[in-house]
Design a protein around this ligand. Sequence first.
Ligand code: BGC
Length: 812
Amino acid sequence: MSRGALEYDDFDPRQEALREALCTLGNGYFATRGAAEESEAGEIHYPGTYLAGGFNRLKTEIAGRIIENEDLVNFPNWLCLSFRHAQDSPREEGEWFNPLAVELLHYRQRLDLKRGLLERDIRFRDRHGRETTLTTRRLVHMDNPHLAAIEWRLRPENWSGSIVVRSALDGRVINAGVARYRELASTHLSHLSSEPVGQESIRLNVETCQSRLRVSEAARTRVYQGARLVDACRRALQEQGYIAHELTLDLAQGEGVRIEKVVSLYTSRDSAISEAALAAEEAVLEAGDFEALLSRHVQAWSRLWQRCDVTLKNGERSQMVLRLHIFHLLQTVSPHSIDLDVGVPARGLHGEAYRGHIFWDELFIFPFLNFRIPEITRALLQYRYRRLGAARRLAREAGYRGAVYPWQSGSSGREESQLVHLNPKSGRWVDDNSSLQRHVNAAIAYNVWRYYEVTQDIDFLGFYGAEMLFEIARFWASAVTWNAERGRYDIRGVMGPDEFHDRYPWSDTPGLDNNTYTNLMVAWLLRRALDAHALIGAECRQELGEALALNDAELSQWDAISRQLYVPFHADGIPSQFEGYERLEEFDWEGYKTRYGDIHRLDRLLEAEGDSVNRYKASKQADVLMLFYLFSADELAELFTQLDYAFDLELLPRTIDYYQHRTSNGSTLSGIVSSWVLSRSDRARSLALLEEALESDIADVQGGTTPEGIHLGAMAGTVDLVQRGHAGLEVRDGLLSLNPCLPEPLKQLRLRLRYRGHWLEVEIDGDEMHLHAPEGWCGVEPIMIRGQQHTFGAGHRLRLRFDHDQARWEAF
Ligand code: BGC
């Protein structure tokens, strides 16, 4: 396993779906799963191509009701490339190449993370004894987001003869990537037309049947022998939704051929084009050959790695997986996403789970982007800003003021959460109340604020951020109720991040009261809304105030609520997950583990048994503990004080311990939070949890979820664990602060951070730390290192050594 590549040295049909997700190539505009070019969708393979923001809606009748779902559409498969011998015998045509039907003498697959290249090296013998070497390379262009390319090198080792190569564009695809969704309507594409383009190319045009998104793909196929372009005999094949070129070639033993397929993809939403089909045609006619495309592609990746790499000295595997996570993050959202109106889908552009929807997972993703390519965060926040109208509508319809963003968001910003979901364990369709996770609105406010803190982008705050903060604050202010008995405000009828609890076992009404996480987040965001109001300047304040009819009384109300929200505590002082949590029964963790083995999704197991997880003190994922992930101890202390609750540091380990023992980690996000909260108190356990989190997709620890799409929040979260957890990176009160704490056996950590427009290089090596700002720094600015102020200026180098006696970093 190299530090810069994901490698497999066998072909294992049972692993293909997982490897296809993990070997996805993309560029933030579109992505295609790492299915073999010759493969077809079926039990083993699932070639899927997804466009950022490429959604469509379909209706299905389920359990007597009509439900409408919006899906990230699987667009035409452009990979299709295969070959066969012209004849297997005088009477028999050859069979199309299929790794399962030949004897594999050698098989190696490699995802080169540095260069963004998927490679295979195969040598095989067919049932007629013919041995062939096939070497393939593929890229989805990181410089020109509309291009992709495949190169096949074929070498007859012990035979000579004619072969037929087929290169196609296949629009007869449906969304069939997730077994649980198979009862739902899945045919999203209408076929418009297909046609040969010039001598060497073909084109396919489709349209989504409801959202009317037109997509055109064009493919140019060329064959080379050495440097010579071969004038192969070529014919076009066409049927509804499908077009191919078949090329017949004569090969001589030991003499290889090189087949190049260059593909372009445009949509009716692209800017700077006249029309998608025309643009696709022009692009494919103009594109250089594979080597020329590769060279610019590698340069684009190298620029990204220059900004985004994080290096660890902690074994090759951890380093490689960390890079794999950064790689997939940048393939899902990249500089090419900046001009698109898209959010960041929880499962990447790598599969169809959760239908490409956007949840609160941004919370785990933005910290990485904020310190490297904040322009992407800004664009992703604008996706939310543009949907403020839809969020206002949702609030109004639910009887509230301001704006409430949906738990699951897609094209328009309406609520895309399912009303019912299938429990595969029982085969039953169960009510889905997850849209009660209003806390997504706190996450959006948190993301706006953290983006501003890191970048000081006051224009963003003034033009977009403040309005979102105000409208979210206004929503919460209208959603709280005054509890006269307690003399505090309640938030009733919501769900916290822990999706196992959606109602009280003693009630028929969905929703829970006073979820601690939600209440504290709301108290925090109300204050940030007030801070933003003070920060944006008189003119902006006046304009927004007028536009939103915001008055002093409302601001005072936010202030009052932010100080008087109720937080439920257990008798021993531990914050309760929600009011009434202590009345739930303890869960028999050991018994269920023995019975079922994997109990990540014990909600499904219990429902299948006719029971309900709502009865137990058993959480899917971190809920109260999320607070420790998002806020430093100082910030928490401030928040508790603001609410006039006592805060004692000794509360932290007890709370962590309590909930750690009552969480199934049924969401991959949970492991990140667990590792984080233990990072200062139990470094060994924290590192073990980070290592588990690093394994969660590559080893598909949830048993079958990664083939349906990567878990982008958890992937980005691992990198954030390293930067915020191990480097102790924080921006508070306008100051950059570092407080490194590398867990054994992590010896060295290197990262580059973009902070207010400048780069800062950080190297932590055991007890030494080295900071350098190569391209200048914003004047001479203080930097906090473990609570101590150091001055840092343009071109400065700061060398520090940790003095264990004094427990502080000293310059040397
Ligand atoms: C988790 C949510 C998350 C969603 C998408 C669910 O399993 O419980 O917290 O937002 O997946 O990643």
